[in-house]
Write a protein that binds this ligand. Structure first.
Ligand code: AHR
Length: 702
């Protein structure tokens, strides 16, 4: 049972907000800005937007993956969260029963070579005799990640590994957090001979009830010693059957991302190299993945969501994978360039894992995981935010030349910002990250207007012989409004981001890719605010920043058309226009986006009260807009044309589990759709006019 926020965008668009009517009346009364937006929609002046322009950036932060997108319900499934030595950390596992009935410890007796820690459970009570077990038995439980969401009628796949020198009787149950409500249960009996060696038990449980704060219990009434290891509970139904939580993955799919950058961010670097993400430790059977402690965001991951799963997710979303690699640099330690070659080899092996033939060493490991076809890995980012580090440039070049020699078609992304100074090393793209206030980010809609279009933005003398030298493209791989303007995801932040994205769209001859960051936050572990998608064990909603991205999901691969705005408050207004073809019905659309950021905000005054109530003060920001489209080859159908608006009554408005749809795009029909339109633009809004174009061509008289 997902939250209604997970329902399709279409459903949200179909909402009609009747309360909009009085607002419109207020606009009519108070509007005092006028603007003219000219769109030149001729094919000749159109410019193709890169197919890859808008994508997503997934980082293992905020429990985005472990306890989030990865549907595994058991946390610390191998009892390894304290590392490979014993005593290890079994948290969040706990004991059912007191010390007179049961004692647990960890030892290194597991059958899994890369995962030696197992849980030893000694049961001191019995069904009869001197110490009789409590009626419901004793044992251990795992509450998952702040409660497991168990839903009535749904089926869960349970796997556990067990060993004992005596026969065992284990009750495996999914229960409420106090253990009193049993949602699903089974008893597993095994003779001593069956469990004297490690034995895998695997079965399905169907739930008879719903509880979003459930736990897994392993209990018994029988005296003896049982070892447990690698315990898993997964819903049978996952996104495309590949283990991703359905509602969350669907929210990604609805963004139509063209690429997916992963797995971080700082997560890639680690505070210390020993805690960085290393792809080899995250592939193969899940039981043999050691897991690791992400010491930047400070939590353990079992690495069920590993390198293979990231590649699979990108493929499932129809997105190119962009692998961010660690080039021997963490936040606190670095590998000297003279000894970097094992790191380079590790990455070459990783690329072979993704792209190699099933006969190759690492390609065969991928094939063994069920994907004989290569993944389409064409982009590798060398490091994350490491440009200024001592060994970055030296290490970068080692990686760059080794990867280009083996895979000349792979696009390589440098951490060094080529927009602020000339790059002195070869690259295909350079990373650009920005986290700032709303007015700053909005103003940055012109950031790339003056980037050189005429040649490489590079100091040519520094590598004249470089065969790969080219005009660098910009990869805005992380952007967001942060701080007090953003809170945990405000309309204000989203408006500024919309303005910034329009600027990127208009400069998409030099900006090849852009993604918001971070993507996900589990509300129980907010390491970073704000984020695009907020969830807990059973609910999810998009922040306004998530919804803004919906305005751009048709842009990649579309045709950009020139626009100009004439207005008396033009520095707070930005617009763009694209034509695109729907892959659903092959219909063509002209999409005109318009952001009204408001003059008050640009002047440093952020209205913090309901601005419809404060309309006398803030009403200046209503815009009477005339849209004039010239050069269109097709007639405009008013039927099928729509207008979509993202706004709210307060700039600081946010969505929440209680009000997931407070700030979402509202789509209405556009009966006056045409090449000449007079429209009223709400203050502090993003508006999209989607004009349905007739199939037959006609030359506009305009
Ligand atoms: O997106 C959150 C963090 O911000 C990323 O990990 C890092 O790259 C940036 O500093």
């Amino acid at each position: 049972m997902g939250h209604p926020a997970s329902s399709s965008v279409a459903a949200i668009y179909s909402l009609f907000i009747l309360s909009a009517i009085p607002h419109c009346i207020a606009y009519e009364l108070k509007a005092n800005w006028t603007a003219l937006l000219r769109v030149t929609a001729s094919q000749e002046l159109g410019q193709k937007i890169p197919d890859t322009l808008f994508g997503i950036f997934f980082e293992e932060i905020n429990h985005a993956g472990a306890g989030g997108l990865w549907a595994e319900l058991v946390s610390n499934r191998g009892f390894e969260a304290g590392g490979p030595n014993t005593p290890s950390n079994i948290d969040p596992w706990s004991i059912i029963g007191n010390e007179s009935f049961i004692s647990v410890s960890t030892d290194r007796t597991s059958c899994f070579e890369r995962n030696k820690v197992a849980l030893r459970m000694e049961v001191l009570c019995d069904s009869k005799g001197s110490i009789v077990c409590p009626q419901n038995g004793v044992g251990i439980y795992n509450p998952g990640y702040w409660g497991m969401n168990i839903e009535q009628g749904k089926i869960y796949k349970v796997i556990l590994h067990v060993r004992s020198s005596e026969s065992v009787t284990i009750s495996v149950s999914l229960t409420s957090s106090d253990g009193l409500q049993k949602l699903a249960s089974t008893n597993r009996l095994a003779a001593a001979s069956d469990v004297s060696n490690w034995t895998k038990m695997e079965f399905l449980l169907q739930s008879e009830g719903t509880n979003s704060n459930s736990r897994l219990q392993l209990t018994t009434n029988k005296k003896g010693v049982i070892w447990f290891d690698q315990v898993s509970v997964m819903p049978l139904e996952t996104y495309k059957g590949h283990g991703f939580r359905k509602e969350l993955a669907s929210m990604l799919e609805e963004l139509k991302p063209r690429y997916m950058r992963f797995p971080g961010g700082c997560f890639v670097e680690g505070e210390w190299l020993r805690n960085a993400f290393r792809w080899r430790a995250t592939i193969g059977s899940w039981e043999e993945r050691p897991g690791h402690f992400g010491d930047v965001w400070m939590y353990w991951t079992d690495d069920g969501l590993g390198y293979f799963e990231f590649l699979q997710l990108a493929e499932d979303l129809g997105a190119f994978p962009i692998w961010v690699i660690n080039n021997g640099i963490s936040h606190n330690d670095e590998v000297d360039t003279t000894v970097i070659s094992p790191f380079v080899q590790e990455i070459l092996d990783g690329i072979e894992f993704a792209r190699g033939s099933p006969d190759s060493t690492w390609g065969s490991a991928r094939a063994a995981m069920g994907h004989p076809e290569p993944f389409q890995l064409n982009y590798v980012a060398i490091g994350n935010e490491d440009c200024g580090k001592k060994f970055y440039q030296g290490n970068y070049l080692k990686f760059y030349y080794a990867i280009k020699a083996a895979y000349p078609d792979i696009n390589i992304i440098s951490n060094c910002d080529g927009s602020s100074r000339q790059l002195d090393h070869p690259a295909d793209l350079y990373d650009f990250h920005v986290y700032t206030s709303a007015s700053n980010l909005f103003s940055m809609n012109t950031q790339f207007d003056h980037t050189s279009r005429t040649g490489p933005n590079v100091n040519k003398d520094s590598f004249v012989d470089n065969p790969f030298m080219m005009q660098f493209q910009v990869f805005v791989s992380e952007y967001a409004v942060t701080g007090s303007d953003a809170g945990t995801g405000s309309l204000l932040a989203a408006l500024a981001e919309a303005g910034f994205l329009i600027g990127l769209e208009r400069n998409s001859d030099v900006v090849q890719m852009a993604s918001y960051a971070p993507l996900f936050v589990n509300a129980n572990d907010r390491c970073w605010n704000p984020d695009a998608i907020v969830f807990n064990s059973w609910q999810q909603y998009g922040t306004p920043s998530y919804w803004v991205q919906h305005f751009f999901k048709e842009s990649s691969g579309a045709t950009l058309h020139p626009t100009t705005i004439q207005a008396n408050a033009s520095n707070s207004l930005v617009a763009s226009a694209i034509t695109w073809q729907s892959s659903v019905d092959n219909s063509d659309y002209l999409k005109i986006k318009f952001v009204n950021f408001g003059t008050d905000i640009m002047n440093g005054k952020v209205p913090n009260q309901n601005f419809f109530v404060q309309i006398v003060n803030f009403g200046n920001d209503i815009v009477n807009l005339k849209i004039s489209v010239a050069g269109l080859q097709n007639a405009v159908n008013s039927v099928g044309s729509t207008m979509t608006v993202l706004t709210s009554s307060n700039l600081k408005d946010e969505n929440s589990f209680e009000e997931p749809n407070k700030v979402v795009p509202i789509r209405t029909s556009l009966p006056n759709a045409g090449t000449q339109m007079d429209v009223v633009i709400s203050p502090y809004s993003v508006t999209s006019f989607d004009l349905s174009l007739a199939q037959e061509e006609y030359r506009s008289a305009i």
